[in-house]
Design a protein around this ligand. Structure first.
Ligand code: GLA
Length: 734
């Protein structure tokens, strides 16, 4: 290992020392990827290259990135273009200086490189304005093995007077190709992360959120950008980014007159001017970047590997199978309802019980969504023996115990709202508009941060047997405003709220490093790497209808790994669907993520009971493959053929779990074109069908042995002719 570190060090030191007429080549490298910039002291830094690894970079000393028709120094793509000089596109940085000047021009002021550990190298490129005391550091952390580069920016006020940051992006990427195809993820409550792909035309396409909380409910700050054709699974050049920020964001794709695509991503500049005092710094969130010349499958695997290691709590630990009380009991329960649920859950082999909403509030009991939020004391009428009694019951049954909170929120009908009206987000004298009957607490206020931390602390302290928290956030920001911030700094709200949230997460993780936490915001309303890194998993959607989940999980899992994807089997029909969908289909879809159940377990009886119990045994068998393996998407649910399939392959390629789903009627009953992927062509694999319901097999080659080569080139046929039929196979080295 040491010699690797030394050779990386040598390479990086060598790389920043290639000079020609004082021109410097700056390289940011991972094992397979390279970013190249060229710089000359006191000149703008040029963005030269971002893509597959290039060993010899000397040609970049001479190369100029040509931008037609006005190709000159000022319009060469820059590392980080500020508004000023000849830069007339959307800028990565826009400042208003203390004297009112609106322009900024950033030039090269030096570079630093540091080997952080055997997998991470940090590169900082220092920029400055020649006339104003502004320093801008563009920072890259390159994760060697995962081929991920995180980019962020720090703006420093090095002068004696305030200036205003009007906008500052986390990344700027110029691309040059014949055509550009953007894949972004759009949706709404119960339909998050719906994939859209479109060919970009000249002009600007912006994907953004101004909701702050539940920022990803309708748009996501994660994107794919494919060159010269729509994104393919296993071929083609694709750039990808995912902003690690849990508030307002903006991604802009500006196709300019020279045919260049200018990508900007970062915090949304909307109403968010930030006043920087002398010596103060403003740090942007990280944009998590990757690239593949072999299609989007590799992009996904890069994100998953990186996330399990760096942007997920306990990414190397198997997740338990959960029964969550919400859809089985909603607000209507007493102690016996819950202990019965636990007793029945234990019979299924479930490993954790999570008590959802409805357990708190005394003066304003939480018997519906109209009261109680903010009053985090157990409702003694409903649960006279307290939470400890329930948690102990769970543990006695061999289950872990978890509990729901929504600490950023308050119902007007609560003790908290009466006591601290100044903590509520509000816009001057205007009425505070409720959403789901609730208001938002102002996390830009340190006192509110303390309250939220203390809420978590007190709830966890109710029993030593609480090992999991579901953290929810069920509204977003409208009529923005803070009683805490000064009138000049109201525009700081957006940034300070998220920073306040992160400082609470930091305190929680410092005190409770082992507790499992679920990230939930009415489902997938806060799905970004900035929040996920403090959590163990996310609730992908309140929609548990497996047909819808296939699409929601397809979108979410493009970036975020299966181990973190809470996917529950619920009753069918339920609040999301009028249509009855087979139990096997519900299980098979949920088993592609972190399996759980969200129903009354006592309602599963007879043959269904036997099936569900066996499915849980089967899931435990394939769980390490699903949770730690490499995802290979085979057939997309968006394909018009009406089938969908995917597989997870263990890192040593000895085992794989394969899933296939039929989404509609087919006029023939077998599909042949299901070539597997990711296996070792030289290995022999035995295939066993799992989750068989009522003796009905969908694969007639079960228990037979095939070579990996055969499975990937010829494939397998499955008997999935009807809608909502599905297959789960274990593919194991023989
Ligand atoms: C949100 C969550 C649900 C459930 C309810 C409880 O909608 O997404 O899973 O916890 O709140 O009120």
């Amino acid at each position: 290992m040491r010699h690797i570190v030394i050779s990386i060090l040598f390479l990086s030191v060598f790389s920043v020392c290639i000079f020609s007429q004082n021109k410097e080549i700056i390289e940011v490298r991972t094992n397979d990827l390279t970013m190249i910039f060229s710089a000359l002291k006191n000149e703008k830094v040029s963005f030269q290259y971002w893509g597959d690894k290039i060993n010899d970079t000397s040609a970049f000393l001479k190369k100029r990135f040509k931008r037609q028709p006005d190709s000159n120094q000022d319009t060469d793509p820059q590392l980080f273009p500020a508004y000023g000089g000849r830069y007339y596109l959307n800028p990565a940085l826009r400042l208003t200086h203390s004297d009112g000047v609106l322009t900024t021009e950033l030039v090269f002021a030096g570079t630093e490189k540091k080997v952080m550990d055997e997998n991470r190298i940090e590169t900082i490129i220092h920029l400055k304005d020649l006339f104003y005391p502004v320093l801008v550091d563009v920072r890259f952390v390159a994760y060697q093995k995962e081929n991920i580069i995180c980019q962020s920016v720090v703006v420093t006020n090095a002068g004696k007077k305030n200036f205003s940051v009007e906008n500052v992006a986390s990344t700027y990427i110029p691309l040059h190709a014949q055509s550009y195809y953007l894949t972004h993820f759009h949706g709404t409550w119960a339909a998050e992360m719906q994939m859209k792909e479109e060919k970009l035309t000249p002009g600007v396409k912006v994907i953004e959120s101004k909701k702050e909380v539940r920022a990803t409910q309708s748009e996501s700050p994660s994107f794919l950008l494919s060159l010269n054709g729509p994104a393919q699974e296993n071929s083609g050049e694709i750039y990808a980014g995912s902003l690690a920020w849990s508030g307002n964001f903006a991604l802009s794709f500006e196709f300019d007159e020279s045919g260049l695509l200018n990508i900007l991503g970062g915090i949304n500049p909307f109403a968010s001017t930030y006043h920087l005092q002398p010596n103060q710094k403003l740090e942007t969130p990280e944009m998590v970047l990757t690239y593949s010349s072999k299609g989007k499958g590799q992009i996904t695997r890069n994100y998953h590997d990186w996330s399990r290691k760096y942007a997920l709590a306990h990414g190397a630990k198997i997740r338990p199978i959960i029964l969550n009380s919400w859809e089985g009991a909603y607000f209507n329960f007493d102690e016996k309802t819950l202990t019965d649920m636990m007793d029945n859950a234990a019979k299924f082999g479930i490993e954790m019980f999570v008590l959802d909403d409805g357990w708190f509030g005394n003066n304003y009991p939480r018997n519906g969504d109209n009261a109680g939020l903010g009053d985090w004391q157990v409702n003694l009428k409903k649960l006279p023996h307290g939470i400890g009694y329930l948690a102990d019951h769970a543990v006695a049954k061999g289950l872990k115990f978890g509990i729901w909170i929504e600490p950023e929120m308050v119902n007007p009908e609560s003790d908290l709202a009466k006591k601290h009206p100044e903590w509520v987000v509000k816009s001057g004298k205007r009425d505070i508009l409720p959403m789901r009957n609730q208001w938002l607490l102002d996390l830009s206020n340190p006192k509110v941060q303390d309250f939220v931390f203390n809420t978590f602390d007190q709830v966890v302290s109710m029993s030593p047997n609480i090992s999991y928290i579901k953290w929810d956030a069920n509204r977003h920001v409208d009529n923005v405003g803070s009683d805490y911030l000064s009138k000049e700094n109201q525009t700081h709200f957006w940034y300070d709220y998220v920073k306040g949230l992160y400082s609470v997460y930091e305190r929680i993780r410092a005190k409770y490093p082992d507790i499992e936490i679920q990230l939930c915001s009415s489902g997938g309303g806060r799905l970004d790497f900035g929040a996920l890194k403090y959590h163990d998993e996310f609730w992908a959607s309140d929609n548990t209808n497996p047909l819808n989940r296939l699409f929601i999980q397809y979108g979410s899992n493009t970036f975020f790994p299966a181990i973190a994807t809470a996917a529950h089997v619920s009753t069918s029909p339920n609040h999301q669907t009028g249509q009855m969908l087979p139990l096997k289909f519900r299980f098979d879809v949920a088993m592609t993520g972190r399996l759980g159940m969200e129903l009354q377990p006592k309602d599963i009886v007879g043959e269904d009971y036997e099936f569900a119990k066996n499915a849980i045994i089967d899931y435990k068998m394939i769980r390490p493959i699903v949770q730690f393996g490499d995802l290979y998407r085979l057939i997309s649910p968006y394909d018009e053929n009406g089938w969908s399939s995917l597989m997870y392959v263990s890192k040593d390629k000895k085992q794989a779990a394969f899933f296939a789903f039929s989404l509609k009627y087919h006029d023939r009953t077998t599909f042949f074109e299901n070539k597997l992927n990711g296996l070792d062509p030289g290995k022999n694999y035995k295939i066993t069908e799992l989750n068989i319901k009522s003796g009905q097999r969908t694969f007639n080659g079960t228990e037979k042995t095939y070579t990996g080569d055969y499975l990937m080139k010829v494939g397998i046929g499955l008997n999935l002719g009807n809608p909502f039929e599905s297959t789960v196979l274990l593919v194991k080295e023989d």
